[in-house]
Write a protein that binds this ligand. Structure first.
Ligand code: GLN
Length: 456
C-alpha cells in the first residue's frame, strides 16, 4: 500500500530520493515466509520504514542530498539501519534532505525540493523534510531523521508529526554521514507519540562502533507514553522559556504559534503540572554560536569528499594534477549552502581567528548548558514553540540565509547542550500545523515522551 502511494504521489511531493519497490516486496515476502515457518521474528517484523538519505545503507544508494555522492553504494549499514533490519523492518526507500543536512526547508537538496502534504506550495521543514513529508503524506508509516540543530523537530512541527531528538550519545552515529559531529543525533519521526517511542527503542542504546555512544541500558519509553496519555502529570514542574517567544522575545514569532503554545501550557496545568516562567539568557546567543560551531565541524568533516574515495570524480582524464581533480570535484559536487559553510567554518578555525570565533562560540555553548542546568534545578521539563512560524511558501527564504537560519531559534539550545527534545503537534495556525517542544535533562528522554503523550 505504501509503495502504491509513493508511485501515485511522490512525483509531486518529492519525499524520496531512492525507492526500490522490488527489493522492498522481496524483503516483505521473506518476512512472510519466516512467519509462516514459525521462525522467531523481530519486534517490528514486516513493518515498512523510510530512512533519511544521510544514513548509509549497504548496497543501497546514499547521497546525503548531494551530487558529490551520486552513484555511491555504501559497503555497510549504519548501526540504526542494521538494528531496524534485525528487528524485521522493510526499507521503503531513502528520503530527500537538504544537502549534508544543511538547511531548514529541504530546498537545499541537490536533487529536488520536497513539498509539504498540507499545502504543496509550502516547504515541509528541513533538513529531514523528505522523512516528514513521507510520513505526513502517508508514503511511510514512520521514518528516521537526523537532528543537528533542529532537523527532526522542525520538519515534524511543520507537517503535524511527532519528532524526537534523543540525548546526544543515546543513539549511535555510526554510519551517519557526519555534518557536525558534536551535535548530530538520529531519531524517530512518526504520526503518534507511541510510534515514535517504539521506533526510538528499536534504534537506541549503546554501540561500541560510536565512541560518543553512552554506555547506558537501552531506553525504555513506552511506559512513559502510557502515563502521559492517561494525563498523569500531577507534580510535574514545567518551565516556559521566556527567551523562546515569551514577553519581550516574541519578535519573528507567528501570533498563532504563540497562541497554540499558550493553550497547550494551560492544558498541562489543567492536568496537574506546576507551570512557571524560566529565564535562560544565554539562549539569545544560540543562533550565532551554532552557526560558527556547526560550519566549523562541517568544514573538517566534509574534507573527506575529495573525489578519490566516494561518488563523483570530475576531470580525471590524465591531464590534471590530483589537486586540480579534487578542487574541480568539490566545485561541481557541492551546492552553494555547503560551500558557504565550508568557507565560513574554515575561516573560523584558521590560525589567528580560532579564539575570536570558534573559541567564543564554545564558551557560549557552555553558558547555554549552564542555563539548562540552573533551570533543571527548579523544573522537570522546559517547553517552547518548536518553530517560530508555520511552514512558509517554497522559495520565500532561499535567497536569504539569515532568514533560513532564524527558523532554528527554538531548537538550537537543546542541540548545543546535547539534551533530549521532542516536538508534538498542538493544533493549527492559518490551517497549518504548529509544534510544541518539550526539552528535558540528559538521559531523561522519557520525560519528553510523557509530556508529549499528555499533549497529543
Ligand atoms: N537548519 C539547521 C542547519 O541548517 C539545522 C540542520 C540540522 O539539524 N541538520 O544547520
Amino acid at each position: 500500500a505504501y509503495l502504491d502511494r509513493i508511485a501515485a504521489q511522490d512525483d509531486v511531493l518529492g519525499a524520496y530520493l531512492h525507492v526500490d519497490a522490488e527489493a522492498a516486496l522481496a524483503r516483505a515476502a521473506e518476512v512472510d515466509v519466516a512467519r509462516a515457518e514459525g521462525e522467531e521474528l523481530g519486534s517490528l517484523a514486516g513493518l515498512p520504514v523510510a530512512l533519511k538519505d544521510v544514513f548509509v545503507t549497504q548496497g543501497v544508494p546514499t547521497t546525503s542530498g548531494s551530487k558529490i555522492l551520486e552513484g555511491w553504494r555504501p559497503p555497510y549499514d549504519a548501526t540504526v539501519a542494521a538494528r531496524l533490519k534485525a528487528a524485521g523492518t522493510v526499507l521503503l526507500g531513502k528520503t530527500n534532505m537538504d544537502e549534508f543536512a544543511m538547511g531548514s526547508s529541504t530546498e537545499n537538496s541537490a536533487y529536488r525540493p520536497t513539498r509539504n502534504p498540507w499545502d504543496p506550495d509550502r516547504i515541509p521543514g528541513g533538513s529531514s523534510g523528505g522523512s516528514s513529508t513521507a510520513v505526513a503524506g502517508g508514503l511511510a508509516p514512520w521514518a528516521l531523521g537526523t537532528d543537528t540543530g533542529g532537523s527532526i523537530r522542525q520538519p515534524a512541527a511543520m507537517t503535524g508529526l511527532v519528532g524526537h531528538k534523543p540525548t546526544y550519545g543515546g543513539v549511535s552515529r555510526y554510519g551517519l554521514i557526519a555534518f557536525s559531529s558534536s551535535l548530530d543525533q538520529a531519531g524517530p519521526m512518526a504520526r503518534t507519540v507511541l510510534d515514535a517511542a517504539v521506533l526510538h527503542e528499536a534504534i537506541g542504546g549503546h554501540d561500541r562502533c560510536d565512541s560518543t555512544s553512552i554506555d547506558a541500558p537501552a531506553p525504555v519509553l513506552t511506559k512513559a507514553v502510557r502515563e502521559g496519555a492517561r494525563g498523569e502529570l500531577a507534580g510535574l514542574r514545567v518551565g516556559v522559556v521566556r527567551e523562546l517567544g515569551g514577553d519581550g522575545h516574541a519578535e519573528g514569532y507567528d501570533a498563532g504559534v504563540l497562541e497554540r503554545v499558550r493553550e497547550t501550557v494551560e492544558l498541562l496545568a489543567g492536568m496537574g503540572a506546576e507551570v512557571r516562567e524560566v529565564s535562560c539568557p544565554a539562549f539569545d546567543l544560540a543562533l550565532p554560536a551554532y552557526y560558527l560551531i556547526a560550519p566549523s565541524e562541517a568544514s573538517s568533516n566534509l574534507a573527506r569528499f575529495e573525489g578519490m574515495r566516494f561518488g563523483l570524480r570530475v576531470g580525471d582524464d590524465g591531464s590534471r594534477s590530483l589537486e586540480e581533480v579534487m578542487s574541480l570535484t568539490r566545485e561541481q559536487g557541492f551546492g552553494p549552502e555547503v560551500k558557504r559553510r565550508i568557507v565560513l567554518g574554515t575561516y573560523a578555525l584558521s590560525a589567528g581567528y580560532y579564539d575570536a570565533y570558534y573559541g567564543q562560540a564554545q564558551k557560549v555553548r557552555t553558558l547555554i548548558t549552564r542555563d539548562f542546568t540552573a533551570a533543571f534545578d527548579d523544573v522537570d521539563v522546559l517547553v517552547s514553540p518548536t518553530s517560530p512560524t508555520v511552514a512558509w511558501p517554497i522559495g520565500a527564504r532561499v535567497d536569504d540565509p539569515l532568514a533560513m537560519y532564524a527558523a532554528d531559534l527554538c531548537t538550537l539550545p537543546a542541540s548545543l547542550a546535547g539534551l533530549p527534545a521532542i516536538s508534538v503537534p498542538c493544533g493549527l495556525s492559518e490551517g497549518l500545523p504548529v509544534g510544541f517542544q518539550v526539552m528535558a535533562p540528559a538521559l531523561a528522554d522519557d520525560r519528553c515522551y510523557r509530556v508529549a503523550a499528555a499533549v497529543e
